[in-house]
Design a protein around this ligand. Sequence first.
Ligand SMILES: [Zn+2]
Length: 536
Amino acid sequence: MSQKSTRDTVYLNGRFYTADSQRSWCDAVLVRDGAFAALGSAEDVRDAAEIGHEVVDLDGRMAMPGIHDGHTHLLFAGLRHTVEAQISPMADGAQVVRDLMASARFGCAGHQGQEVDDQGWLVAGVLDPTPFPEMRPDRAFLDEAFPDRPVMIYDWSMHHLLVNARALELSGIDEESVGPPGGQLVRRDDGRSLSGELVEHATWPVQRALPQYAPEVYRRALTWAVQTCNRYGITSVQEASATAPELRGLAELDGDDELTLHVAAHLVWRDEGIGTASMAELETIIAERDHFRTDHVDTAFVKFFMDGVPLPPHFTACELVDNEPENGKILIPRDELGDALRRFDAAGLKVKIHCAAAGAVRVALDEFEKMRLANGPSGPRHEVAHTTWVSDVDLPRFAALNIGADMSPAVWSDPQFEKILATGYRFATMQDHAVQMTVGTDWAVTATPNLFPALEGMLLRGQESLALSDALQLLTIKGAEAVRRADRRGSVEVGKSADFIVLDRNLFEVPLDQIGATTVLRTVFEGRTVYERPVG
Ligand SMILES: [Zn+2]
């Protein structure tokens, strides 16, 4: 990939939506050394440019700041699409086996020290429980097809797995094993033998037994993920599950000038499954976070998993029942939670807490409140993630405690989740309560990191709709604020990083129901074009 352009570039004849409240629109920009050096009319900007500057005619298209994705999982998405076996949608047991066989033949493996056609782990996704009797898949069909080879299949959320007998054996799980706190080993009707379904913390031994991939596998996965983000107009992300292999892969990419994204890496705390390391190792990564920082990777961020997911057949999200959180579904012991929050807040680390339902949000806000009382109000603006459902009584607490809400409407605009999430994401209500919101894709839960369908949904939400200009702020400058970089990015302003995108339509001129189909024509990151839609 090319170095930063050393030549001045003028982009003219565009309609730049700047996301800067002082100046909403301009026609032309001058990019110099990766930053915006002038804005205004074509004439103003050309006057400011050096002799011999490059000119790009935008042909009247709308441009806007690059999108900030407040919640993504680059490595999960990259591995899923570049190396792991793909299960067909709505696959029954026979189809799952056919999909696994096809992948095994073509070599999905790639784990360190393994040949493609050996008996190593087969990792696959996504398992949809719907076609199975009572939505309870049983490992029997996997054991028959793969008696010697360990198989692990994850669901949409990565919170639940189905594994075969060989994988259970290698993970040290047998009938005598007891489900850990915050996890469930699903048993068959005999009450004893294991069905192979593992829920929440019961997945940890399997994730830990899985060998690491070779470094080039991580690199390939991340390269693909970064380029895919650029394709959808994303120039900045909050990685919501940063692990050591991912940090090493990102550092390698950045060293080779191929990391065309600003990454705020939320380091996984305590969750040995998602973090694929022991609690002690995860603490060490957080302690040694500066070691993983690069030009485009900021590591002053942490991720907690408070509860599970609102998905069948194991609903592990923590709801409010009679206005009380279901304490049994909280995955972090309260004392550990409070202690860690105070510690990370005092160190200036920003914490994002996964909260799938209103009970978890309540617990998070209670603990944030205690943290502010203990540490004072000047710590970072921490975040509740997903924020799908929030009790009315908790709404004012976000602004009062300076806690942000990372919303995941891209999940909700996905047809398969639409029904379950129909009552979630009250954008207008949150805005009325002055909640500082960001918007994330939660990719790889979604198929692509495309925020335009979610944006359309945010505008066509009945009483909970936002105005287009407000919604675009959440996708741009509010995202930069959330990662403490609003001084350098998030809007088209002189001196800021030249991160912008050119769209195939003007969002302010098309009917709202055509916004979801928007495609990105060009993505510019630090002044260089990192994506251009192929012509034709
Ligand atoms: Zn997530």
